[in-house]
Structure formats: C-alpha cells, structure tokens
Design a protein around this ligand. Structure first.
Ligand SMILES: [Zn+2]
Length: 599
C-alpha cells in the first residue's frame, strides 16, 4: 500500500491534478489561485511544483496531491487514492482493512441505497405506489426523470420495508442510524419509517452517494397536519448544511456553463432539468449555508437565483446574499414578474418565458431596487423612505466599492435626490455590519510589515521567507547571521541549516531536513512566493525586519532587567543593581530607532 501511494504520487504532477479543479496561475516559482476552501478574492493558495505540495495562507489548509483531492471532493483518503490511481494509470491492490468509522459509514450508505431501491420499486412497479405515481406523472414528471432521480414511495405500513431490510441482514441499530427509521414508542421491537406514506427523493452528494432522503406528503394523505416536506435528520452521513439537491445530476452542466440556477424545492429543480435546463440545483429553502456556497463556488462564478419572489425579505437570505457577494459571485435573479409562483409552475405554463428570464436575469442589486420601486411610489416622501429602507441594507453591503457607489447613484436618481444625501442616509446602515465571511482571515499578500508588528514568530518566519525569495538564500542567510540571532529554536535550526547549504535547490534542501522541520520549511518557502521585491528593496525590507525584531527582543530583555532591578532594590543589594544598570544602558544603546514610533 505504502509503495503504491508513492508510485501514484510519483506519476502525477500536483499542478496538473489541481488544474483539473481550479485554474492555477504561475507566479514566480510557484502557482497560485483563489483558495477553494475559504472565500477570498486575492489568491493566497499556493502550489509548489518543486515540492509537490499546496498551502493556503488564508485558511491554513495544505498538503500533497492526495490531501487536496480528499479535501476538495470531501472524500476519505482511500477514495482519493482510488481516483488518483485511475488518473495515474496505477492498478491499486487492495489489502486494506477499513477503519471502524469507515465500516459504519459504508454500511449506512449500503442501507440508504437499498432503501432508495425499495421505495423506487414501489413507486414504479407496485400497486401500493400507484396513487403516488399518478401524482408525480400529473405534475409532468416523466418516467425517465423519475428513474434518473430515483424518486420513490414509502409505504404507509413500515413493516414492509423494515422486515425486508432485516431479512437482508441489516441490524436495527444500523437502520436507526440512517435516520430513516426509529423505534416505535408502543412496540419496542417495531420500527417506524419517518417517510411513511410520502413521496421520497434521495438526497445524494455530488458523487451520487445517497446520504439521506426528503419526503413530500401526498394530497389526500391522512396526516393533514403533517409538514409538506420532511428531511432526514443529521446523521453520520447526512448534513443538511452541505446538501444541494440535484448536484450529482447537474454538476457537469454547472461547470461547463460556469453558472448555476438555484431553486428552492425538489420540483423546482427537476422540472426545468427535465426541460433541458441542466445547470440547476435546489437549496431547499431561501437561504444558502456557507457550505453550499463553497461547494458551488468551486463549480461556477455566476449564481442565478430562481427563488420565491420575496426571498430577500428574510434575514437568512440577506446574509447569504452578502456572503455570496463577498465570495465574488456574480449574483443574478430570475424575475418571474408576478406571473408565476415558482420555477416549476413557470416552466410548465410558459417554458419560453422562463428561458428568457434566465438568459436576461438581472443583477441582484437591480432586482432589489426594481422590486422596491414596484411596491412603493418614489414620488412620495413615504415611498422614498421605504425604497431606501428596503434597498440600502443590501446596497451597503456590496463589497466592490465602485459597484456600490454606482448603485447609490442609481437610487438617488430614482428617488430624485442627490447621491450625497443617499450616501449620508446609507451610513445609518453601515454601523450594523455583519460578521466577516467564512474563513476570511488576514490575506498574506501583499505583506505589510505592520501586520507582523509585535508578533515575533510571524516576523522571524517572514525574515526567512525574505531570504528564500532571493537568488542565493545560503549567501544571504550567512550575512544575516551576524546581525540577528533567531529566538525560536525551530527557526534557529532551519536557518543554520540554510546557511550551511552550498547549492540551494528547494526539493534537495527539503530532503536534507529532519522531519520536524519539513512542514515549517514548506510553509515559509511557499510564503516566500508572495514576496515580489528586487534585490535592493529586499535588502531594505530585511534591515527593517531585523530592526523590528531587535526592538522586540531587546525590549523584552530590558523589561526583564527592570524587574530584576526592582527585586534587588527591595532587598537593598546595591552592587547587583549597579551591574544591572550598566547592562541595561548597554542594551538600550543597541536598540535600533524605528522610523515610526510604535508602542
Ligand atoms: Zn484557504
């Protein structure tokens, strides 16, 4: 196994593999991209062809080619290895025993697929499913589509399916762990089925693995008080926040169109898909979770919302629009013009209209202004107020300042005011800013020294990165050795090894390092990529950094001496005090003067 992992890695180039998922741009010795694992607009995701590793300086994720595929596809090591073996043309010899959790998850997956098959069979081929089938066909869904999405029906009598599954050898605890079944309150050995009497949609991940289900109540069902839709509860497989209905069917189309149409419910996704609009998913609600946005962000840049007409009315949607904007999505809205309540209805009644509205989907900000103006008269004082009230909270959150000021101008024109007064009004909303976007951390580029102030560790790492960004790192490090002694042992070791190197080749140097220094070197080496300085400016930067480091370290020593002096003073030991004062003054004279006073 171990040797096969190495064989696969040696046959693959990390650049080629990652390029399959996201476009990499060459920068210096490395390649960069916007990180697929957190939201950002300036790239801090760096890949090194020499070291065959990647690292994101925004969110900290990093590793080798297998880790990348694992992380990106949200799969485990063995699955990633399996995928990469195919690309590398290596035949994997399976000797592995699965871990306990892998076993558990694999069993739940098998049960889910078995349950989906049973439900599906019942809907298509059994008298018990006849009513449900009629209902689906009446909604215009074809048999082919039913098969493609493996839609099913859960019988009213749960004993049918639970006995079938138990006969197949699945244990009651495993059946319960899938979330589909529970123990009956009345008969302790009897299982109930959460979806009984409902039309059932398997909820799969992008790879088509069924993680859970959603069930829709049927018209005329006896439980009139029950919710129209219910979903699997959170299980070891199913996490609602990751779920995008239809993604396994639409993934390729979303990728090739570089746009995804987002709907609310299962039928809103299925009906257009059946009509040939393939780049479509359902989020099962009107608001995105950060995970859903992240999944889509890897596939497309344009988000076309085909949600309920008043989706922007609730806070969760507002937040998700803001989040999508901060991730750099081009967000557009399909306007159904009050003619239809949802995409399912629009597509069935007037497919051409629906297609037109998708093609001409409005930028979200225009859509919001348009709907506010439609509901309020911009010629009256109250109308103006309401228009501003409904639109400004959104416009104010537009992350691109140029676009934001364009829309403030637009609003001013509409209500017959000046942009200045609209901006003034808008400032009322700016105070209540929301939390930063997911994983939004300090970007590593461009490196601003001030960001490293007072942080000895970051500053020492930066100094090594500066050295590594030069043409001859060993030579430069020898020069620095006379001026500054690293305080952190790992940096001390790394730096002295660097100084002792004759010809610096990154991969060879990495090979020569003791294992505990390898990740430290990799981090700093990839970080050095973002340093774009000519040799003159590099030298200036290096002396600036050293001065800062000296200030930090010397100040620390000064503090410690003052503490000792205070102690000796309390004990009346004058001789000791004199010695220390001398030391203090010597240190003080070595304290570099920084251009700007920072306390
Ligand atoms: Zn990242």
């Amino acid at each position: 196994m171990e040797s096969q992992v190495e064989e696969i890695k040696s046959k693959l180039d990390i650049i080629d593999v990652i390029n399959r998922y996201l476009p990499l741009k060459k920068r210096g010795k490395h390649f960069v991209a916007c990180c697929p694992f957190h939201s950002e607009k300036t790239p801090s995701f760096v890949v090194s062809p020499e070291l065959q590793i990647y690292k994101c300086f925004g969110c900290g994720k990093g590793g080798d080619v297998i880790n990348f595929v694992q992380e990106f596809e949200r799969i485990d090591f063995k699955e990633a290895l399996h995928d990469l073996a195919k690309i590398a043309g290596v035949d994997l010899v399976y000797s592995q025993e699965l871990s306990q959790t892998e076993h558990h998850r694999a069993r739940l997956l098998i049960i889910n697929h078995e349950v989906a098959r049973f439900y599906h069979f019942l809907l298509l081929s059994h008298p018990l499913g006849k009513n449900a089938l009629d209902y689906v066909l009446n909604r215009g869904i074809t048999l082919d589509t039913i098969k493609l999405f493996q839609i099913g029906f859960s019988p009213v009598n749960p004993a049918l399916i639970s006995q079938y599954l138990q006969k197949k050898g699945f244990s009651i605890p495993d059946l319960i762990a899938t979330g589909t079944f529970g123990l009956s309150q009345y008969h302790s050995q009897q299982l109930y089925d959460r979806f009984q009497g409902r039309l059932v949609f398997p909820l799969a991940d992008a790879r088509g693995r069924i993680l859970g289900f959603s069930g829709r109540s049927l018209p005329g069902s006896t439980k009139t008080e029950a919710a129209k839709y219910i979903n699997s509860p959170e299980t070891d497989l199913y996490h609602k926040s990751h779920q995008l209905f239809g993604l396994s069917q639409s993934r390729d189309a979303i990728k090739s169109e570089n746009a995804v149409i987002v709907t609310e419910g299962e039928f809103d996704m299925i009906t257009p898909f059946q009509a040939g609009i393939k780049n479509i998913v359902a989020i099962k609600g009107t608001a995105f979770t950060p995970d859903q946005l992240q999944l889509l962000h890897r596939l497309a840049e344009t988000l076309i919302l085909a949600l309920d007409s008043d989706f922007a009315g609730n806070n969760a949607s507002k937040k998700s629009i803001e989040l999508a904007d901060s991730m750099g999505f081009d967000i557009r809205v399909v306007d159904l013009e009050d003619r239809f309540k949802d995409p399912d209805e629009a597509l069935k009644a007037d497919p051409d209209f629906f297609r037109r509205q998708i093609a001409s989907a409005l930028p979200i900000w225009d859509f919001l202004i348009k709907s506010a103006v439609k509901q309020n008269n911009p010629d009256t004082v109250i109308g103006k107020k309401k228009i501003l009230l409904e639109t400004l909270p959104f416009i104010n959150k537009i992350s691109n300042l140029v676009i934001r000021s364009d829309y403030l101008q637009k609003l001013a024109d509409i209500i017959g005011s000046t942009p200045e007064s609209v901006i003034l009004e808008s400032q009322k909303y700016q105070v209540a800013t929301t939390a930063p976007a997911v994983g939004d951390s300090a970007p590593i580029t461009p490196i601003a020294l001030s960001a490293y102030d007072k942080n000895l560790e970051a500053l020492e790492a930066y100094l090594i990165a500066l050295v590594l960004s030069s043409k001859n790192p060993p030579k430069l490090s020898q020069k620095i050795n006379n001026k500054y002694q690293f305080t952190l042992p790992r940096f001390q070791n790394l730096f002295s090894l660097l100084s002792d190197t004759t010809d610096f080749v990154s991969a060879d140097f990495q090979q020569s390092l003791p294992p505990e220094l390898v990740p430290i070197f990799q981090d700093i080496y990839l970080q050095s990529n973002s340093i774009d300085l000519d040799s003159h400016h590099r030298h200036l930067e290096i002396s600036k950094v050293i001065d800062h480091l000296l200030v930090i370290t010397i100040k620390e020593q000064l503090n410690s001496i003052s503490r000792q002096i205070a102690q000796f003073e309390a004990q009346g030991q004058t001789a000791e005090i004199e010695k220390l004062e001398l030391e203090y003054n010597q240190l003080l004279s070595r304290l570099p003067r920084l251009p700007k006073v920072r306390s």
